[in-house]
Write a protein that binds this ligand. Structure first.
Ligand code: SF4
Length: 508
């Protein structure tokens, strides 16, 4: 369909709220900021409406639409749990501005498209197809995969229903070695100061050094999506340059690496640490870092390099204390490998945060106890417990089959015959599966031994027992804010809306 837009027509990128998070303004969504930066570099005027942390986000959008009557192109980014809010935003745009084109991009669009493509290959109509059809029936255009090049196709005339950049052979897929050709994420288009995080007392923000993880953990989204699996790195010096930029513009001395796993390439982590050390020497500033590592690839040399560079806390997806469950999820680790990883971190002087999960194929009371015992025995400094959620694009989701005679029930079976059942979820409506706060979890999965409700109870208990044993306080939720119409005297505040239009007007 022709949009009739010119290359200089403004676009609006919308970040929906994430009410499932305990605190919505901790780390910003980097992907949408990368898209904004390439648009800005190309001279396309960009507004970013950041609804993070606002319960009455629809009021923000209505106010925005009222103030920007020329805006007729919207791009909404969404993770799977953000989708219900993204759909609400879409409906409001449709009501208020029926002629506007609305594109959806981000992780949910990418993962759902990958799941649909897998169904196509198998010649069946599975869950991926259902989720994909829902998405394409709602939005004018779906962008799957890297948005940096794809967004220009989405802006063009004859906007297609699907722009598939999540394909190794697509010219829209960012090739290895090309990440450095793009500008840094446009963090100036959000109110970064309103995102609060500290590492060891250092004011901190997040960045992504490299993309992709080639492993196949059953619960992890994107195992069948090229843009999630294919490793694409930047030179360590380029990553250090981005940190130098963030330090000089914002003054941050703490950085959370949101790479899937920092040590998936040989020597990559050690080289990164070398660049971080050189940067701090050059600036005469001490910095602190955090990041995730894959336990079986973790070495003494990596641990020593990380400590020297300023890492003081290591995060690792331990997931379970049961070797049987670790095998069922294809984690390629064992309880002993995870213990060894923790010891290496400790011996190097770092703390260890264990990320645990319950609700894998074959999970039973016994295996949950093994997980709790692992935590109590190894005493990580911090622990986090979640109930498994089946996201489109994860093996648990993509490879589940319908249970005959039980409407809306699916089952995933491992090679060893371990089972994980799940209820069909309408991702456009339900986001209650991850709340982050004890007492508010909902499970849509269950095993032959543990019902969905029991899994939630086991999670809450595991969290209560282990956090108490480790001396950790209960998780608190930060209440979402209400947008007050008076706060900007009729204009949306900079905490919510930022635009390149002002800077472009000044520079032209
Ligand atoms: S959980 Fe970590 S190691 Fe496993 S596939 Fe996902 S990113 Fe890779």
């Amino acid at each position: 369909m022709s949009t009739g837009r010119s290359a200089s027509s403004p676009v609006s990128l919308v970040i929906p709220p994430s009410p499932f998070l305990a605190d919505e303004r901790v780390f910003p969504f980097i992907g949408v900021l990368k898209v904004a930066s390439v648009l800005e570099a190309a001279g396309v005027p960009v507004d970013i409406l950041d609804c993070s942390g606002y319960a009455n986000y629809q009021d923000l959008l209505l106010e925005y639409l009222d103030q920007h009557r020329d805006m007729d192109w919207f791009g909404i980014t969404a993770t799977t749990p953000q989708l219900p809010n993204a759909v609400e935003l879409l409906h409001t745009i449709r009501e208020q501005r029926p002629q506007a084109r609305v594109t959806v991009g981000g992780p949910h669009a990418t993962l759902t498209t990958a799941a649909w493509k897998m169904d196509q290959e198998k010649g069946l109509r599975g869950r991926g197809s259902i989720a994909y059809d829902q998405l394409t029936s709602l939005f004018d255009c779906v962008v799957a995969g890297d948005g940096e090049e794809a967004v220009f196709r989405a802006l063009g005339v004859n906007q297609p229903q699907l722009i598939d950049a999540d394909d190794l052979h697509s010219d829209l897929f960012l090739k290895r070695g090309s990440l450095e050709d793009f500008p840094y994420p446009a963090r100036q288009l959000i109110d970064l100061a309103s995102y609060h995080y500290t590492i060891d007392g250092h004011p901190a923000t997040s960045l992504i050094g490299q993309l992709g993880c080639p492993f196949k953990c059953g619960f992890c989204g994107g195992r069948d999506a090229a843009s999630f699996r294919f490793i694409r790195t930047r030179r360590p010096e380029h990553i250090a340059q981005e940190i130098r930029h963030l330090h000089s513009v914002y003054g941050y001395t703490g950085y959370m690496f949101y790479d899937d796993e920092l040590n998936v390439t040989p020597r990559g982590l050690e080289d990164l640490c070398g660049a971080l050390i050189a940067l701090q020497d050059e600036l005469g500033t001490e910095m602190r870092f955090r990041g995730f590592v894959k336990a079986e690839l973790f070495t003494e040399r990596q641990a020593a390099a990380m400590y020297k560079a300023g890492f003081r806390v290591l995060l690792s997806g331990v997931e379970s204390g049961s070797d049987r469950i670790l095998a069922a999820m294809e984690k390629r680790t064992t309880a002993e490998i995870n213990s060894r990883c923790l010891r290496l971190a400790r011996d190097a002087g770092m703390e260890f945060k264990a990320l645990m999960s319950i609700g894998h194929p074959g999970e039973s009371r016994r295996t949950v106890v093994e997980s709790v015992e692992w935590v109590l025995r190894e005493q990580p400094n911090e622990v986090d417990w979640t109930v498994i959620t089946q996201y489109p694009g994860s093996p648990y989701f993509d490879h589940s089959v319908r249970v005959s005679g039980q409407r809306g029930t699916w089952v995933y079976e491992t090679m060893a015959g371990e089972l994980l059942y799940s209820r069909e979820v309408d991702y456009t409506r339900e986001a209650e599966f991850y709340k982050g706060v004890s007492g508010s979890y909902v499970s849509y999965v269950w095993t032959p031994d543990l019902s969905a409700d029991t899994l939630v109870w086991e999670r809450d208990e595991a969290e209560r027992v282990t956090r108490a044993a480790l001396g950790m306080p209960p998780i608190q939720s930060i209440a979402a804010e209400q947008f007050e119409h008076s706060m900007g005297q009729g204009l949306l505040p900079a905490r919510v809306l930022r635009s390149t239009r002002e800077t472009m007007a000044v520079s032209h």
